[in-house]
Design a protein around this ligand. Structure first.
Ligand code: HEC
Length: 125
C-alpha cells in the first residue's frame, strides 16, 4: 500500500514540475519589446553554470559578474548582432553551438534573453 501512495506522489510531483517547466519555456518572441534586460540582473544568473568550465581555463572567463561582462567584449558579443555573437550562437542549447554535450542546455527563454539583451545595447545594468 505504501508503495502505491509513493508512486502516486511521484506522479503528482512529476506532473506539477512538468507544467512549471512548460510555463517557463516561452518562445523567443514573447519577451515583450520595452522589457529592460541587463547583464547584472538577467544574463549573469543564466551563466552561473558555465563557470565549471569557463572559470579561467577556457575562454571566455565567466567568473565575477563585472569582470565576466568585460571579458565578453569585443570577442564574444557584437552589440545589435546576436547571430555574430559567440555568446549567443555558441551557447549550450543553441543548435549552432560548439558545445556538443556539457551536461545541460540553456532553454529557449534563456537563449531569448541573451538574444534580446544583445539586440538592446547589451548594458551592464
Ligand atoms: C563542460 C564544459 C563547458 C561548459 C559547462 C560550458 N562550456 Fe563553453 N566552451 C567549452 C569549451 C571546451 C569551449 C572551447 C570549444 C572550442 O573552442 O572548440 C567553449 C567555448 C565557448 C565559447 C567560445 C566559442 C568560440 O567560438 O570561441 C562561448 C561563447 C561559450 N563556450 C559559452 C558558454 C556558455 C554561455 C556556457 C554556459 C551556458 C558554457 N559555455 C558552458 C566548455 C564548456
Amino acid at each position: 500500500m505504501k508503495k502505491v501512495i509513493q508512486f502516486l506522489l511521484i506522479c503528482v510531483v512529476g506532473f506539477s514540475l512538468k507544467s512549471c517547466y512548460y510555463d517557463e519555456t516561452l518562445p523567443a518572441q514573447e519577451i515583450p519589446d520595452g522589457t529592460v534586460v541587463t547583464y547584472k540582473a538577467d544574463i549573469a544568473p543564466i551563466l552561473t553554470d558555465c563557470t565549471t568550465c569557463h572559470g579561467g581555463g577556457v575562454n571566455p572567463d565567466l567568473r565575477n559578474t563585472q569582470q565576466a561582462y568585460n571579458n565578453l567584449f569585443p570577442n564574444y558579443v557584437t552589440v545589435g548582432n546576436p547571430t555574430n555573437s559567440k555568446l549567443y550562437y555558441n551557447a549550450p542549447g543553441n543548435s549552432n553551438s560548439v558545445h556538443a554535450n556539457v551536461g545541460f542546455n540553456l532553454d529557449d527563454t534563456q537563449l531569448a534573453y541573451i538574444k534580446y539583451w544583445i539586440n538592446h545595447d547589451a548594458e551592464y545594468e
